[in-house]
Design a protein around this ligand. Structure first.
Ligand code: LLP
Length: 437
């Protein structure tokens, strides 16, 4: 069966037995743009934006869906998010500068980060971002000074940490006590931060934010997190905390493999909205504006990475390695988080999978493995086979590096049979542009 859950919505096998996305034959795309190549399907991107918006606003109209740029953003994608009416979660001066470069509406920008620099905060205040999400005492003092100098009153949220474990990889867990993120409710830091912000003349506390981690396949951590944070909000009502806005962050999971089935977006929405409204009612809190911050669940399923097979190495009785022309430089997730992916031979989609192989990258490191033990049709040694790895739209290119001075891959946006290069391939010259002899 064709695994639609891991591939973009428009994926098909065409008459030539090739994988096609957005009406474009992948083999033809690689002939035009080379490999490695990242392909983003515009239909899937817009569909995910619209589904998040619909599933949340149909249940709770007072919702903002803010795309978490860290999952991956470039100007063409940011324009799509702006057109789809989304907000934008940015975590650096660079992401903010990108949003400014395409005139992303600044009031829809949420600026996050556990250690925003003075320069970044000045940039954020001057560009009139909608919300700055405060993550430390250091930041409260710094931002108060910057806002006072700018003669403005900056709208802020406080990121609190509810000590709830979302049962995901330890490196992507953020809402537990032992985390560099957020002000802990348990230790009293969150309380002290609320007092400090409400006392700061140039900061306007709009509400609270938390983010548990990513990807979160369970619904219960959201329920728990919302309960803990709303209970905290209710306990601080007397001290001047008015919860006008509330955000349980992002973390919505996607299918990386056929077997992985995350809750549908509507089920996340149902859980979050129901828990929030019921708890607010129980605690006598006014219903706040809700902001959610999906990153992975919007771009992840829209992206497919395509590589060309080069050398193969068979170690009899041990393992067969198939090496491709990309790897940990464009997708470090398997090496960093033991992340699992599916793989397809994009030019021979109808052939039977009979051989278990391991897809290795070309980087000088044994850990540079993209997919371990995957069942594929026998791979040829003619250099024509293409490996497509789906669900590659999030946290691959945004974490890409120039390790071994390999150039970063280009990106093509496909839709209705046409393709547009939205990032050209990096050249060796590009790589040396910043160096000074
Ligand atoms: N909001 C906040 C405050 C976050 O820290 C994050 C992710 C998100 C939203 C978006 O989470 P998402 O919806 O994309 O799951 N590099 C890791 C993921 C790190 C996530 C960091 N924060 C990975 O490749 O899995």
């Amino acid at each position: 069966m064709f695994p639609h859950n891991v591939l973009p919505d428009t994926a098909e096998i065409n008459d030539l037995g090739h994988l096609s996305i957005g009406g474009c034959d992948i083999v033809a795309l690689t002939q035009e743009f080379g490999t490695p190549l990242y392909i983003f399907d515009e239909f899937t991107l817009r569909n995910r934006c619209q589904t998040f918006t619909k599933e949340f606003t149909s249940r709770y109209p007072n919702t903002t869906v803010a795309y978490a740029s860290k999952a991956f953003v470039n100007p063409a994608l940011a324009k799509i998010f702006a057109e789809e009416g989304l907000g934008l979660d940015v975590v650096s001066g660079g992401e903010l500068a990108l949003s400014q470069a395409i005139d992303f509406p600044s009031e829809r920008i949420y600026f996050h980060g556990n250690n925003k620099s003075r320069e970044e905060l000045i940039q954020a205040v001057n560009s009139k971002v909608g919300r700055i999400v405060i993550d430390s005492f250091h930041e409260i003092a710094l931002l108060e000074e910057i806002s006072a100098n700018a003669k403005t009153k900056q709208d802020v949220l406080i990121r609190v940490s509810p000590s709830v474990d979302p049962h995901t990889h330890s490196k992507t867990t953020t809402g537990t006590l032992d985390s560099k993120f957020g002000l802990s409710i348990d230790t009293g830091d969150a309380h002290r931060a609320v007092t400090a912000v409400t006392n700061a003349e140039h900061l306007n506390l709009r509400g609270l934010h938390f983010h548990l981690g990513s990807p979160i396949f369970e619904l219960e951590p959201y329920e728990l997190g919302i309960e803990v944070v709303l209970q905290f909000a209710a306990s601080l009502r007397e001290e001047g905390l008015e919860l006008k806005e509330f955000s349980p962050g992002g973390g919505f999971a996607i299918s990386y493999t056929r077997e992985q089935v995350p809750p549908p977006i509507g089920t996340y929405a149902e859980t979050i909205v129901n828990t929030m409204t019921q708890e607010c009612e129980r605690l006598g809190l006014e219903l706040p504006h809700l902001t959610i911050e999906p990153g992975r669940a919007i771009t992840g399923p829209a992206g497919v990475a395509v590589y060309k097979v080069g050398s193969t190495k068979n170690i009899e009785g041990v393992r067969k390695y198939i090496s491709v022309d990309g790897g940990m430089g464009d997708n470090i997730r398997p090496a960093l988080y033991e992340a699992r992916y599916e793989a397809f031979v994009a030019n021979r989609m109808n052939e039977k999978a009979t051989e278990t192989v391991t897809i290795a990258g070309k980087y000088c490191e044994s850990g540079d493995i993209l997919v371990k033990d995957v069942l594929l049709p026998p791979i040829g040694t003619d250099g024509l086979d293409l490996i497509a790895i789906p669900a590659s739209g999030a946290y691959c290119l945004s974490m890409a590096s120039n390790y071994n001075l390999n150039p970063k891959p280009p990106i093509v946006l496909v839709n209705n049979g046409s393709s547009h290069l939205i990032r050209r391939r990096e050249t060796y010259k590009d790589q040396m542009l910043l160096d000074v002899l």
